[in-house]
Design a protein around this ligand. Structure first.
Ligand SMILES: *Cc1c(COP(=O)(O)O)cnc(C)c1O
Length: 366
């Protein structure tokens, strides 16, 4: 629970005395790539036992001093979020469902025995940083400012228990266009490794899950695939998700299936939004289990016509080919299917302010 003092936290501003020059920034924005360039500022908010959240600050983007004994470095008490700020056609700036990110951040925090952050503070931090560094939002169609809020355990203590001090940090990084229309379908590798076990941290957005996914992802790349897909840990039978994207299956009778959130799957905000949009179209979206064997059988018989993956980074990506120890199979024509393209266009239009936002998902900043 937030104390009244926390709810009333005010952010101090220490402007970067040496921000990037216009020329440097322009060069970055001309070809931002992903995750390599950062804006002039960052937000930090500290938490300590007894005091709660304090010292909310917007300051120059810079390395942070960290004690070598800081708990995050030893026991991985770390969580994060990922969302994007978009420049709209009218030059206004918008965020997509930041309240959902705030809510999930706190669910992750609770699972990792970390303090929760009042949702209003999470959103205020984002608005402050985006407003201040808005010159870093690329103009190009489909480009965005990627926002990375995260929290680390900072207490210098090697005993195993939840830390007594934490730091919330928000950084921002210009990102190029991830979702070119007509992008090719990806090829995915079915991993022998698992991502999340029942009772584990699969539903939390924590760095530890990603550390464990690097070897399987590397295997997929080494075998010539784009992404890894994980099966469930208990039976190694049911399809869960990709390394950082949720999955949807489209059948020839028009119904759609997505794996149910059983605790081992990350509850994606894109997933949740697509379910709502598809149902609004009158389509049946089921949440349930789907086995690798069934996937292969249905793709081969033509009962399954499309598969797509979704997440904030790439929005919607068609899956064209699946390969594993038992051989490979192609889905549909092997390229992006009709519904995949349609639902991607619909979501992107809402995010970019080109279609009416009937759900109140888009939050304008300025
Ligand atoms: C973040 C993430 C997703 C996608 O979630 P979005 O909220 O749609 O971006 C899916 N799977 C994993 C493992 C993730 O970390």
């Amino acid at each position: 629970m937030a104390s009244p003092a926390e709810a009333a936290l005010t952010f101090s501003l220490e402007p970067n005395p040496a921000p990037a020059s216009d020329a440097t920034r322009a060069a970055v924005l001309a070809n931002p790539g992903f995750g390599t360039h950062f804006t002039d500022h960052m937000v930090t908010i500290d938490w300590s036992e007894g005091t709660g959240w304090h010292d909310a600050k917007v300051s120059a983007y810079a390395p942070i001093p960290l004690d070598p004994a800081a708990a995050v470095l030893h026991y991985a008490q770390e969580i994060f979020e990922g969302l994007k700020a978009y420049k709209q056609a009218d030059s206004s700036i918008s965020l997509f469902r930041p309240d959902a990110n705030a809510e999930r951040f706190n669910q992750s925090a609770t699972r990792l025995a970390m303090p929760t952050l009042p949702e209003s503070l999470f959103i205020e931090a984002i608005e402050k940083l985006v407003e201040l560094d808005k010159a870093w939002i690329p103009d190009a169609e489909g480009a965005s400012l990627y926002l990375r809020p995260f929290m680390i355990a900072t207490e210098a203590f090697l005993g195993v228990r939840p830390a007594k001090t934490y730091k919330f940090i928000l950084i921002a990084s210009p990102a190029g266009n991830y979702f070119k229309s007509g992008a090719p379908a990806v090829s995915i590798w079915v991993s022998d490794y698992t991502r999340a076990a029942p009772g584990g941290t699969g539903a939390a957005k924590c760095g530890g899950n990603y550390a464990a996914s690097l070897v399987p992802q590397g295997e997929a790349l080494a075998r010539g695939h784009d992404q890894v897909v994980f099966l469930d840990a208990a039976e190694h039978k049911w399809i869960e998700e990709l390394g950082g994207m949720n999955l949807f299956y489209v059948f020839d009778d028009g119904t759609i299936l997505t794996p149910a959130l059983t605790g081992t799957i990350l509850p994606g905000i894109t997933r949740r939004s697509l379910i709502a949009l598809l149902r609004e179209e009158g389509l049946t979206v089921n949440e349930g289990r789907y086995s690798l064997d069934q996937w292969r059988e249905d793709a081969t018989s033509g009962k399954l016509v499309e598969t797509f993956a979704c997440g904030t980074a790439a929005v919607v990506t068609a899956v064209g080919k699946v390969a594993g120890n038992d051989g490979e199979f192609t889905i549909g024509s092997g390229g992006p299917g009709q519904l995949t393209e349609k639902v991607k266009a619909r979501l992107v239009a809402i995010q970019r302010g080109q279609a009416e936002d009937t759900h109140g998902w888009v939050r304008k900043i300025a």
